[in-house]
Write a protein that binds this ligand. Sequence first.
Ligand code: ASP
Length: 322
Amino acid sequence: MTREGSVRCMTFPGGDGPALIVHGGAWDIPASEWAAHEDGLHAARTLGADLLRQGAAATDVVTEVVACMEAHGAFDAGRGSVLTHEGNVEMDAGIMCGRRAAYGAAALLRETVHPIRLARHLLEADRALLRFAAGPEADRMARTFGLRTEPNAWFVCEREAARHAEIARRQTDYHTSQPFHAGATPRGTVGAVARDRQGHMAAATSTGGTPFRPEGRIGDTPLPGCGFFADRAGAASATGWGEAISASLLCGRSVMDARSPADAARAQIQDMYDRIPAPDGAGATGGVILLTARAGGAVAWSTPRMARAAWCAEGASFLVVD
Ligand code: ASP
């Protein structure tokens, strides 16, 4: 664990074989939630590694890995998402295929069980004129694709209902509950980046947003270049203060930074902290996972902890919540 604002970085070896990095958010994850985070990361990484070993395409791998984490319950995504000021769940997701330079994204979903699956449908080439959908129409679109939907109350778990009640009891000011405030403000967004057997890259991110926010707010997660990005050279997925991640184009700049992945990821997280002041006077914090086509990968974060895991065909792997 580290002090809020100081940047830590973990590297992942080079190579061009199948590889995967996943994250389950960057914040001061309380000890009571470590085991659940580890369990969710383990399930996601195992699924992703199995798919990559079988020769699955990178876009399929990141879709399934993120869907697995949306279903797990430990994270701020899918069922288990944090709640809006009014006590509802609103979810955003985005996915990008580096080879095709195409993305799909969805925002303000209230009923779609797997937001990342709707984003994946919108990524497909025959819908090149429709890449990003939001709101009730997007939930309706999910149904037309045959995706499962449930009433909003289905997504509200006990843990988040209790957290919402506690925030409401402490204060009613939106600002003081937001992610630039250290401590227990949850940022359990999930994401994955993968490189498949063909060397193709993909990135996917899914979130329930930030707690106690006004309804209708959209953060970085469904915005290409911000919460996710992939091209032929690399793929990235972000978590943290969405408004700052968007303003600093965190994922796009991380992938396009010509330095080593570790230097790039670290520099972009540091830059966001230094350049974008939060209303409490500190800098904007968050985390990013970055995987390149040949030069390895990295995870960098400026929060006390980040939940992260990785696997590659050559054998290097890690799974940590510290
Ligand atoms: N980036 C997300 C958002 O601002 C929150 C998170 O990463 O947990 O919506």
